[in-house]
Design a binder for this molecule. Structure first.
Ligand code: PMP
Length: 423
């Protein structure tokens, strides 16, 4: 008898049968409030009727129109429609299937265009699990361990993670920019550096937003040295943070943007966007793939864009995010970490990308207690995910269709969970 590899571990005990909006239903018919959205993917909710209808219609017409063999209409339409939401200068698109593939494509483009070998990444980032993307990932050692040597030519600079350092944001930002300059002076000279790659909000690394001064600092150095700025919007993009792109909070201009997850409401699809002039520097035949730009995924992505616009999901993410963070802060205030007892050390995030960091009585990461909280929340019917290097950050990233009552319900369940576990 064959079985799933034990390497695949589930964060919840749910055997999912169907999904509808913010809810998942298991095989016993029990309803769960899904504040994971499939790791930030099902932004329009599970099985949104418009997305489902678009995909069903496409399945009956053409499933696989292999895009280096033929063109197909959903690919062309989606390419045009993404122009409505992308920064104006990023008018050329390449499609793949997953976030990791998108990151690999962005990196390959940057290296070929610059004719330089190195990439600078920022501590705590998650960019994927394929060898190149894993080599750029520093959110947790488990992603990098055991299959080295990794790709050479990666230098790791600090992320302005104020809570982690125990500093204010300005101090953390100054430190991070100074260290970046030091890296450019000592480890990866500008003449060797093809790109900086960064998430506008650290995702798997702990839901830590970057800030305007830091990203502007990267932009300024990128311009000065001819380095490409790649923004990985795989988790923070597509409305998740209450603006369309995570970087919209910080007024920074990317050279290459990577998107996936919320792009197609659950169908596998990723894309990179750059200016046509930059894309033209990719070496012929260097990008492609059997399944990239799948016709059903593209049809679902077009419907996703329609739903986001019609239902004002970006605005909803901002409003419901305000409601959720206010409630999370109240719960955290009632359970601070203090002498002898652990608690919630920090609540942070943007829009509907919010997290509570669980620490012990000395302020150290407490993954074991976070694990108990996740299990206790799941018992109550609230599905959540961990993140952070120590699994001690409890993240909430519900579908962007979540309404006021559902946020209230999640806060009530989280409050009960915290009281039950932390006392
Ligand atoms: N970049 C970011 C910011 C991500 O959050 C993820 C997935 N968690 C990836 C890249 C990799 O995406 P995928 O799992 O689709 O390869």
């Amino acid at each position: 008898m064959s079985a799933l590899s034990p390497v695949l571990k589930q964060a919840t005990p749910v055997l999912a049968e169907r999904g509808e909006g913010v809810h998942l239903y298991d095989t016993s018919g029990r309803r769960h409030l899904d504040f994971t959205a499939g790791i930030g993917v099902t932004s329009t909710g599970h099985c949104h009727p418009k997305v489902t209808a678009a995909a069903q219609e496409q399945v009956g017409k053409l499933v696989h129109g292999q895009y280096t063999t033929v063109l197909h209409q959903p690919l062309l339409t989606l390419t045009e429609r993404l122009g409505e939401v992308l920064p104006e200068a990023l008018d050329s698109l390449f499609f793949a299937n997953s976030g990791s593939e998108g990151v690999e494509a962005a990196m390959r483009l940057a290296k070929q265009a610059a004719g330089r070998p190195n990439i600078v990444v920022f501590q705590g980032s998650f960019h994927g699990r394929t060898l190149g993307a894993a080599s750029l990932t520093t959110s947790a050692a488990k992603v990098r361990s055991g299959f080295g040597p990794l790709m050479p030519g990666v230098a790791v600079a600090p992320f302005p993670n104020a809570y982690y350092y125990g500093w204010d944001e300005e101090t953390a930002t100054k430190f991070a920019l100074r260290e970046l300059d030091q890296i450019l002076a000592t480890i990866s000279a500008p003449a060797d550096t093809a790109a900086f790659i960064i998430e506008p909000v650290l995702g798997d690394g702990g839901f830590v937003p970057a800030n305007t001064a830091f990203l502007q600092g990267l932009r300024e150095r990128a311009d000065r040295h001819g380095i490409h700025l790649i923004l990985d919007e795989v988790q923070a993009g597509f409305g998740r943070t209450g603006k369309f792109w995570g970087h919209d909070h910080f007024g920074v201009r990317p050279d290459i943007l990577v998107t996936a997850k919320g792009l197609a409401s659950g169908f596998p699809l990723s894309a990179i966007a750059a200016s046509e002039a930059l894309m033209a520097k990719a070496w012929p035949g260097s990008q492609g793939g059997t399944y990239g730009g799948n016709a059903v995924s593209c049809a679902a992505a077009i419907a996703t864009l329609d739903v986001i616009k019609e239902e004002k999901l970006v605005e909803n993410a901002a409003e419901r995010g305000d409601q959720l963070i206010a409630g999370l802060r109240e719960i955290a205030a009632a359970h601070p970490a203090s002498e002898g007892v652990g608690g919630i050390g920090n609540v942070r995030g943007l829009g509907l990308m919010l997290a509570s960091e669980i620490v012990d009585s000395e302020g150290n990461p407490d993954g074991a207690t976070a694990g108990k909280l996740l299990a206790a929340a799941a018992e109550r019917g609230l599905l959540l995910l961990p993140c952070g290097a120590h699994g001690n950050v409890v993240r909430m990233l519900p579908p962007l269709v979540v309404n006021e009552n559902q946020i209230d319900e999640a806060l009530r369940l989280w409050g009960e969970t915290v009281t039950a576990v932390l006392g």
